[in-house]
Design a protein around this ligand. Sequence first.
Ligand code: 13P
Length: 288
Amino acid sequence: MTFLKKKKSLKEVLEKAGKERTALGQFNFSTLEQLHGIALASEKARFPVICGTSQGEADFFGVEEASLLVKNLRQKKGVPLFLNFDHGKDFDQLKKAIDVGYDMVHFDGSQLPFEKNIENTRQVVNYAKKKGVLVEGEVGSIGGKSVVSREEVREFTLTSIDKIAKFIRETGVDCIALDIGSVHGIHKKMPRIYPERVSQLLENIFCFVVLHGGSGLEDKDVKEVIAKGVVKVNINTEIRYAWKEALAKEMQNDPQEIVPYKLLSSSRAAVCEKVAEKINLFRSTGSR
Ligand code: 13P
């Protein structure tokens, strides 16, 4: 994907990614130096990225602040940065994110009974559509947490493709968090990935397909799912880990240091490096 000269909407950028068989990374943040590291990587690579805030990250950082800063960085640097609310479970919280200018919201009703999930997701879609905001939906839970875990991934059942297609049809979501075997976080033994589920879904119905639990997966699996049509890959744990390792090293090197910008500049660089590595991977399968 070439760097965008004209201002494009997130929908247009995702369409372009789909045509070129590349994917955009969604990189989560909850601190300013993480956001700066993400923006810097996007600027250097001349490739668009989606910044993400989960419920906890948004509560800590503030949705207004996240939206204003992403917009500011986008304008100042001319970098196509977008913002998504990741795994929102509450309509009012997502409404707020939409109102303050998020480009996309992910309503995660996967824990609800199927029909209730459809009803609540549709409520978010109806509100978001009026404001030109994209909605990601989820059916069939993608487990795990964005942490480094010593556990092996427990066996779980994948949702039937027909059920997912019905969910997409009845809710009108733009994007779907598709369960293809991945789970959030880095685990002792990473799960098996089922890339063929991406093509099976896309043969049934069109939707932007999102890979959750992108941390710790093998590059070959990530490339394969992108080749099959995934256009967005979510990364959180690897960002958190890079940030923390760099900070821990700084504190160990000089236990007396108390200046935040000295302690945290390595973390910013580490996040930037990690995002750059992922951007290279996500666009390596593409036609450009
Ligand atoms: P990881 O924590 O595995 O990177 O997953 C992130 C994610 O999917 C956020 O929605």
